[in-house]
Design a protein around this ligand. Structure first.
Ligand code: ADP
Ligand code: MG
Length: 327
């Protein structure tokens, strides 16, 4: 199947006070029609920068050093603002964590939805109104007419996120990029919203790039997963392969941090000591080495992604040699 979106060798840097730091390095991934790809990694790994680059939404101090972002075979990086505008909203929609910055506080939900539907789907006012009601129902909100009259601040966090999803759906996109869409919500609501996204994905036949720091949500939802650390992809595989047999110590550590339903509520989760370095662009070898319990001198040398099994890639010298066995 031809991919809908294909990212090739993408490298992105930021320039501050004439100093350049690479924050996303040589990443490759593709998303097929109807596929859910998840990008997982701790905060500060380059997930949002990756997401924002797709729709040309990076801050002015960002530089695309190299690479291609092909949407249906056309490089988005070569497109004019006007051409990109046609893709944003019509073909690809984004859902952010920060709902209040994405919804307009001074317009009612109904106004925002019908406007978007009018622009993107070309419906007249009455049709747009009917469609808005339909999608509000689809995102699981009852009494759509009353929701339409409300302003964003009058809704709970979970309801706001559902409205964001309705906004994204209002243009009938082929791809939704969801960047930590539920991080601000409490756990039970997070799960409901994620399930909703997947149900809608099936119904509307969309593709989704689901970005999260929580590998726990991925198991039930995604088809493929890439594990991102310090601007690089460390491992990529189908969800099944990744959970069945992680190769990278970072993946293993993330998996160990998933709470189990059998856990005592007070149990402290295994967390990974240390944090993602603030500027990781100068690290030559494995960027995770400093935090890795399996580190050896070889880890200071550059490592590429290698294919361990069909469509299962890892960037780790020791995993590649078969030296790592996890309990
Ligand atoms: N506008 C910017 N200028 C300089 N550095 C930035 C900018 N935006 C993000 N960064 C840096 O890029 C790295 C990746 O950030 P980000 O993609 O937001 O991480 P994530 O979404 O995985 O938490 C971080 O080190 C962050 O400090
Ligand atoms: Mg982010």
């Amino acid at each position: 199947m031809k991919p809908l979106l294909q990212v090739e060798d993408l490298t992105i840097a930021f320039v501050d006070e004439n100093k350049q730091k690479v924050v996303v390095e040589n990443i490759n991934f593709s998303v097929g029609p109807g596929e859910i790809l998840s990008i997982v990694g701790e905060s500060g790994c380059g997930k949002s920068v990756t997401a924002l680059s797709i729709l040309g939404l990076l801050k002015p101090n960002a530089r695309i050093i190299k690479g291609k972002i092909l949407y249906q075979g056309n490089n988005l990086l070569d497109m004019s603002e006007k051409e990109l505008d046609r893709i944003r909203g019509n073909e690809v929609a984004m859902i952010f964590q920060d709902v209040m910055n994405s919804l307009n506080p001074v317009l009612t939900i109904g106004k925002q939805l019908t406007e978007s539907i009018g622009i993107h789907l070309g419906y007249d006012k009455k049709e747009a109104n009917e469609y808005a009601i339909e999608i509000i129902k689809k995102v699981g909100l009852s009494d759509p007419r009353s929701i339409m009259r409300k302003y964003p601040h009058m809704l709970s966090g979970g309801m706001q996120q559902r409205v964001m999803i309705a906004m994204a759906l209002s243009c009938n996109p082929k791809l939704i990029i969801a960047d930590e869409p539920t991080t601000a919500l409490d756990v039970t609501i997070q799960l409901q919203i994620m399930k909703l996204l997947v149900d809608l994905q099936k119904e509307f036949q969309m593709s989704i790039i689901l970005i999260t720091h929580d590998i726990g949500v991925v198991a039930e939802l995604a088809d493929r997963v890439t594990i991102m650390y310090a601007g690089q992809f460390m491992e990529e595989a189908s969800v099944y392969q990744l959970f069945d047999k992680p190769y990278h110590p970072y993946t293993n550590a993330l998996l160990k941090s998933i709470p189990s339903i059998y856990d005592d509520k007070n149990r402290k989760l295994a967390s990974i000591p240390g944090t993602v370095p603030e500027d990781y662009s100068a690290i030559k070898g494995c960027k995770f080495a400093d935090r890795c319990p399996y580190k050896v001198p070889l880890c200071e040398e550059i490592q590429v992604l290698s294919e361990m099994e069909s469509d299962h890639f890892v960037r780790c010298h020791r995993a590649e040699k078969g030296e790592l066995v996890y309990e």
